[in-house]
Design a protein around this ligand. Structure first.
Ligand code: ADP
Length: 491
């Protein structure tokens, strides 16, 4: 409690063991007042604009473009020209050099990107610094390694680039999702039109400067900012060969409907409602850390968040007690403070959605617990929340909340855990906590989820494919599997 008060600005009592404020400086970030659209290697004036803000203070950060269908058309034409003018026929070893360069520049400029990511998205600097940036660079390094080895990756299949890739990404990991999409596309010889989410365009716009430094040929990567209508213009453009989308299941389904019969390739990475299953023989304290990381990491704005905790009945009470105690030590506040664990909710709209679902949890009869914490007055905030006494049918157990809200359910046997865990329209990820190796394998084989973590959670690596089952989407990103959507194999 004292720590949280301190984070909110009140002085610590004498003798209190609290964290002193440790703000990361914003000086390294040099924002322009206004950004255009990055098309054909140049900044192009958009027809309309809007202001992008910091969700932790509501302060406007810059004016950015709202790309119209005509702007998107120009971007697609630039990508098509770059594809035909040499990028697609460049030897893989040459394409790799650009990707290696981009990776190294991202490493060199990591602090600048991390600070900007936290300013524009609200996530704690320790996450953007220690997770988003290293992983984004790692994706470029990893796919740089594949660029000249595609024929070994797919022997006897003559892999060829698909063409122009339209890529639409969400606001929860803005730069990392860009890396997940751009790196494999370029490694395979495609060109790109990418649209960042409307609330978090700034790291994608700064990335254009990395492209300039890396001397990537003009038009190979084009970045258009804007809202869903800009995304829809990319999806509908007849000269786009492939769509890669990460976002909500609702929009993913709409895109799939629009593309039916068009012949465009499509990958969808959509929502989730992951089960994190804790057996009574697990290392309990370690599991508590994993549960906290599973749902409060990035304010729960994570499609693979472990939002449904299944606790074996025999350890339910000690587990929930320990979890509540641990929650009291989470520091909520300024994303740029290096000690912050939980930052700001990404937007007013998302905050409303979280509030609405939390209210439904109360109304349906679940018990709510929130640690004492004073939230900053300006900006969008939501306290870490745990619901106990949750029935499977409650909306908080069924719907993706995309916020720092955990629903705790119970089970007695592995079969019951499995049945309940799979009782969801989603299937992106799951976690299993047990000391018993055979049980991990038994569960992992039967859980209908693209990723199953054992005795850990939210671990990512560019070599490991990621993607969903059922309404969580299809196609894989990462690893060798992540190359396939960007290649065609016809002769
Ligand atoms: P979220 O609920 O996580 O904000 P969305 O699916 O609404 O997810 O947004 C993910 C991305 O999809 C964003 O870049 C958004 O602008 C874009 N988007 C929203 N609506 C559409 C649409 N109809 N067609 C294409 N892209 C869209």
């Amino acid at each position: 409690m004292a720590e949280l008060d301190r984070a909110a600005g009140s002085p610590a009592a004498p003798g209190d063991w609290t964290y002193a404020p440790a703000p990361e400086s914003r000086d390294i970030v040099h924002l322009r007042e206004r950004y255009g659209l990055f098309i054909g290697g140049r900044w192009v004036e958009p027809s309309e604009t809007y202001a992008t803000i910091s969700p932790s203070s509501e302060e406007p950060l810059a004016v950015v473009g709202q790309a119209s269908p005509a702007d998107v058309e120009r971007a697609v034409a630039a990508a098509r020209a770059a594809f035909a003018d040499g990028w697609s026929s460049l030897p893989g070893s040459e394409r790799a050099k650009y990707l290696f360069r981009i990776a190294r520049i991202l490493q060199e400029r990591a602090r600048e990107f991390a600070v900007l990511e936290s300013m524009n998205g609200g996530k704690p600097i320790k996450e953007s610094r220690d997770v988003d940036l290293p992983l984004a660079a790692a994706h470029f390094f990893y796919y740089a390694g594949w660029a000249d080895k595609l024929e070994y990756a797919f022997p006897n299949r003559t892999p060829k680039p698909v063409g122009v890739a339209g890529q639409i990404i969400p606001w929860n990991f803005p730069l990392l999702m860009l890396a997940w999409k751009v790196a494999p596309a370029l490694a395979c010889g495609n060109t790109v039109v990418l649209k960042p989410a409307e609330t978090t365009p700034l790291t994608a716009l700064l990335f254009c400067d990395v492209l300039r430094q890396a001397e990537l040929p003009a038009g190979v990567v084009n970045i258009v900012t804007g809202d869903g209508s800009t995304g829809a213009a990319i999806v509908d453009n007849p000269d786009v060969d492939k769509i890669a989308f990460t976002g909500s299941t609702e929009v993913g389904k709409a895109i799939q409907r629009r593309l039916a019969g068009s012949g465009k390739k499509l990958t969808l990475e959509l929502g989730g409602k992951a089960a994190n299953i804790v057996f009574d023989d697990c290392a309990l304290d370690q599991a508590v850390e994993g549960i906290v990381n599973g749902i409060y990491f990035n304010q729960g704005h994570v499609c693979c968040a472990g939002s449904r905790l299944f606790a074996q009945e025999s350890i339910y009470e000690p587990l929930v007690d320990k979890l509540k105690m641990r929650l009291e030590t989470l520091r909520v506040g300024d994303p740029l403070d290096k000690n912050t664990d939980v930052g700001a909710i990404n937007s007013a709209m998302q905050l409303d959605k979280i509030r609405e679902l939390v209210e439904s949890g109360r109304e349906e009869g679940a018990d709510i617990y929130q640690p004492p914490c004073r939230l900053p007055e300006k900006g969008y905030w939501f306290a870490p929340t745990v619901f106990t006494n949750v029935a499977q049918s409650y909306r908080i157990a069924q719907e993706e909340i995309f916020g720092p809200v955990l629903s705790v359910l119970t089970f007695r046997t592995p079969e019951e855990a499995l049945e309940k865990a799979n009782n969801t329209p989603y299937g992106l990820s799951a976690g299993v906590w047990t000391e018993k190796g055979s049980r991990i394998l038994w569960m992992a084989q039967r859980l209908r989820a693209g990723v199953v973590w054992a005795n850990t959670y939210n671990r990512f690596d560019p070599t490991s494919p990621f993607g969903g089952y059922k309404e969580s989407g299809f196609g894989r990103e990462g690893g060798l599997h992540g190359l396939e959507p960007y290649l065609r194999f016809d002769e």
